[in-house]
Design a protein around this ligand. Structure first.
Ligand code: ZN
Ligand code: ZN
Length: 841
């Protein structure tokens, strides 16, 4: 046995660590070992066994945890590629690749005590205790912890389900009964050291709990059970009791509260019923149940048309060649890409090999799972974001043992340990949920291509609106371009009409949310018993609260972001960090009573539509009404089965659903994103408009789309209206080429952040000086500049944007910059390098 092993430990450092192998241990390359690291024990991955004696003293590994590798040679190589390409610490990359947290890691959580509550209360009053020996920084840190824990435990009934964020990760996930928060979550949200937490535990402000056991248990959900239906009930209580009775007396709390008829019932009503003993709430295991979802044969049972067949033939040809090949499957909305994917996977399975299908976060509903089970039986493993650590580990082992060779999942399924990989499919390859917005900041589509290369497999990227990068690569013959130009059964694409809202304003004399034309067309559809979707990509009731006296907006405490008014919750909410505040009666800056609620979000739009069409059955789909895949599916089923007339929502309604009764799609505020300072704004707008337009006319009756906009001349709007992807692509490429943006340049965003303004300024100054004084072959550096969102989650943020036609040069510069930052003692976690950044906000 070699004497030493190099171990990648999950810490934010760009290096591996050498340990001595004791006589009794037999670690393997790609296997896990338990090692002492600083004051802790950690699980790392062995990357090399060797006899080169290091110059510093080494410690022994404590145990070898695997006798065979958990990461095979190819996955190890893939991990090294990610670490190198995205400048991510190798130990953190391996941790992301292996969903085995539940097996060895001990997990700690904290809970607020009554003493802690009191301390928070006192801290909120003027001054703090004079006899305190703590520095102001320590007091501030403690306050942040107390404040965070108090906010996490504020809701008694609602169980918080982690959900996908389209842009930024959520601030944290509440565990178990609400107030127990994982140490990692707490520390990353409040940036406090372990010693501060330990001090707070000594003061009895917090209790520290081992939650490994809780983590091992299956996820639970709260179920409301009707005990008695008698007694005097007010209107809201009656509604809840009726809904419970109608569902057989037993309903998950989260879905009860999101039923369309119960939207306006306050959360406290349920609590009242519980208190009165009429309703009981129990915790039950929450499986990703597929049983109640009927498989939809229409999805894959039809015969493939000739375009689909030739796409499938190319795919099969590539698979049997056992050589790398890439294919961009560009199919208009409704052209039947899914049928091609599933047929391709079936062929792979028949050949006894493996396939991975990646889908966007929102695409994996229980109904899709039911379809997949029907086609592939036990051969399919489904990896989705709602799995607990333990469930995820179970699926991982099934795949590793070769019991499931068809893997379907979101982003991290690209690391599934399948053997003899033949095919990777990336559905909706343009979707931004494929990019991880935390370290390692990898893009699953690009990792899929690299993995396919390593495995001599075929990679298929599919979309109706391919990303500029992928289409550009296909045009340059890096991938084969396969087009599905027509909808199945020759159904026409919907007619799109643009409504100029400036003209609407001139003619009506006031700001309209819904134009006269859209209102008339909705009315017509409802009379014909057809269905309508209305998109407004902004949730909440009013996005801005403005004081007419001093002109200031109501902003989040932690972010430079206006708070959004949520009427039903009766709260002001920050959409970036989750901070909430009461709805102001007077201006918080000057005390004036003239506070105005401006603008319209999806909640207000729903209310407006209710007012205009009181007879219509209306539901809303956005992150406020959808707390789980089940909620999402319920709304779609409602449409499918004709129980709904009108669906209002954010971009969630635009994604991939196949509902045949929708004949009209209205887009309100088509151009919300065009105002953002981001070079991808036009591309995103074009994609969203094309995707939502694609929801219309998928059945027998042709569809129509009305786009309301203030930017009617913008090319993203114009080309989307004409279903002209190529036209948009050519125009956008011109812009990218002039501005040296991707795909003509490799791009990285370097963000410097700190909760202290002085640190953020000083560190970005140090790096700015270094960029100025050092020669960087062919790399343009812009900045330092304040990030467009200058303050986010308590951090002050400055950034640099680096562009280079040579990825190698870009990478060299970034690496040198990180080395300089380390030398200047700038903490590695406060300098974020985002290679191929999707957002420059
Ligand atoms: Zn004011
Ligand atoms: Zn915020």
């Amino acid at each position: 046995m070699p004497e030493f092993c190099d171990v990648a430990v999950p810490v934010p450092l760009d290096m591996v660590f050498t340990y001595r192998v004791p006589a009794e241990a037999a670690p393997v390359v790609g296997g896990r070992v338990l090692v002492p690291f600083r004051q802790q024990r950690m699980t790392g991955i062995v990357v090399e066994l060797h006899d080169r004696k290091p110059s510093v003293a080494t410690k022994n590994i404590l145990a070898a945890l695997d006798t065979t590798p958990v990461l095979d040679a190819q996955l190890l190589q893939l991990g090294h590629w990610i670490a190198d390409y995205y400048l991510a610490p190798i130990g953190e990359v391996f941790r992301t690749m292996l969903p085995l947290n539940a097996e060895f890691k001990r997990s700690i959580g904290y809970r607020l005590t009554a003493e802690g509550q009191m301390a928070l209360h006192l801290a909120g009053m003027s001054g703090s205790s004079a006899r305190s020996k703590r520095t102001p920084e320590e007091q501030e840190a403690e306050f942040r912890v107390l404040d965070y824990l108090a906010a996490s435990g504020s809701d008694e009934i609602e169980s918080e389900v982690p959900h996908a964020s389209p842009s930024l990760p959520d601030v944290g996930t509440t565990v178990a009964s609400g107030a127990l928060v994982r140490e990692e979550t707490l520390r990353s949200a409040t940036r406090v050291s372990k010693s501060i937490l330990a001090g707070m535990v000594r003061k009895k402000w917090l209790v520290r709990e081992d939650i490994s056991a809780a983590q091992d248990a299956t996820r639970t959900m709260k179920i409301a059970i009707l005990k008695f239906a008698e007694g005097k009930l007010n209107e809201n209580q009656r509604k809840l009791v009726d809904a419970l009775t109608a569902s057989g007396g037993k309903v998950p709390v989260a879905s009860l509260q999101s039923q369309p008829g119960l939207r306006d019932v306050p959360r406290t009503t349920l609590a009242t019923l519980v208190r009165r003993g009429l309703v009981e709430i129990l915790e039950e295991p929450a499986g990703f149940t597929v049983s109640h979802s009927k498989p939809r044969p229409s999805l894959f049972d039809f015969d493939l048309n000739s375009a689909q067949q030739s796409a499938l033939a190319r795919l099969r040809e590539g698979v049997s060649a056992r050589k790398f090949s890439g294919m961009l499957l560009h199919g208009v909305t409704g052209s039947g890409k899914t049928a091609v994917y599933l047929a391709g996977m079936r062929a792979v399975l028949e050949a006894g090999r493996s396939a991975i299908l990646l889908v966007p976060e929102i695409g994996l509903t229980p109904a899709v799972a039911a379809d997949l089970h029907q086609i592939f039986g036990d051969e399919v493993a489904i990896l989705h974001s709602a799995l607990s650590d333990r469930e995820r580990a179970e699926q991982w082992h099934r795949i590793k043992r070769g019991e499931a060779r068809m893997v379907v999942g979101t982003r991290s399924a690209v690391f599934a340990p399948v053997a003899d990989l033949a095919l990777i499919i990336v559905d909706e390859e343009h979707d931004s949920s494929y990019k991880q917005e935390e370290t390692p900041r990898y893009h699953a589509r690009d990792v899929a291509v690299v993995r396919a290369k390593m495995a001599n497999a075929v990679v298929v990227l599919g979309s109706a609106t391919p990303s500029l990068e992928s289409y550009f690569n296909a045009k340059k013959n890096k991938y084969a371009l396969v087009e599905l130009p027509d909808r199945v059964e020759q159904r026409p694409l919907p007619e799109v009409e643009i409504i100029d809202m400036r003209q609407e304003f001139q003619e009506t004399g006031h700001e309209q949310v819904i134009s006269r034309k859209l209102a008339a067309e909705i009315k017509e559809r409802l009379e014909r018993k057809e269905q309508v979707m209305v998109l407004l990509n902004r949730r909440g009731y009013s996005p801005v609260v403005l004081c007419r006296t001093c002109g200031k907006k109501l902003e989040c405490q932690n972010c430079a972001i206006a708070l959004t008014h949520h009427k039903r919750e009766h709260k002001m909410v920050c959409h970036y960090c989750g901070f909430t505040a009461p709805v102001p009666k007077a201006c918080v800056h000057c005390g004036s009573e003239y506070v105005y609620f401006l603008g319209t979000g999806s909640e207000k739009l729903e209310e407006l539509l209710h007012g205009m069409f009181p007879q219509a059955r209306i539901a809303r789909l956005d992150r406020d009404t959808v707390r789980s895949h089940e909620d999402f599916e319920r709304a779609l089923n409602g449409l499918n089965e004709g129980e709904l007339d009108l669906l209002v929502g954010t971009q969630m309604i635009a994604k991939g659903h196949d509902i045949h009764g929708v004949t009209l799609v209205g887009v309100v505020g088509a151009d919300v994103a065009l105002g953002l300072p981001d070079f991808r704004a036009a591309e995103r707008t074009f994609q969203l408009l094309t995707q939502v337009a694609g929801r219309a006319g998928r059945g027998q009756t042709p569809g129509k789309v009305l786009l309301q906009t203030y930017f009617q001349d913008h090319y993203a709007v114009q080309y989307a209206a004409r279903h002209d992807f190529i036209g948009f692509y050519e125009k956008e490429l011109q812009f990218r080429s002039w501005m040296h943006y991707p795909p003509y340049s490799a791009l990285a965003n370097v963000l410097v952040r700190s909760d202290k303004l002085d640190d953020a300024l000083q560190w970005s100054g140090i790096l700015g000086k270094w960029f100025d004084s050092t020669r960087h072959e062919g790399v343009r550096v812009l900045g330092p500049a304040a990030a467009p969102i200058m303050r986010l989650k308590r951090d002050y943020r400055y950034h640099f944007v680096l562009k280079s036609p040579s990825r190698k040069n870009l990478n060299t510069t970034l690496r040198a910059m990180l080395a300089h930052a380390a030398q200047k003692k700038i903490p590695r976690t406060q300098v974020i390098v985002d290679v191929d950044a999707l957002w420059l906000m």
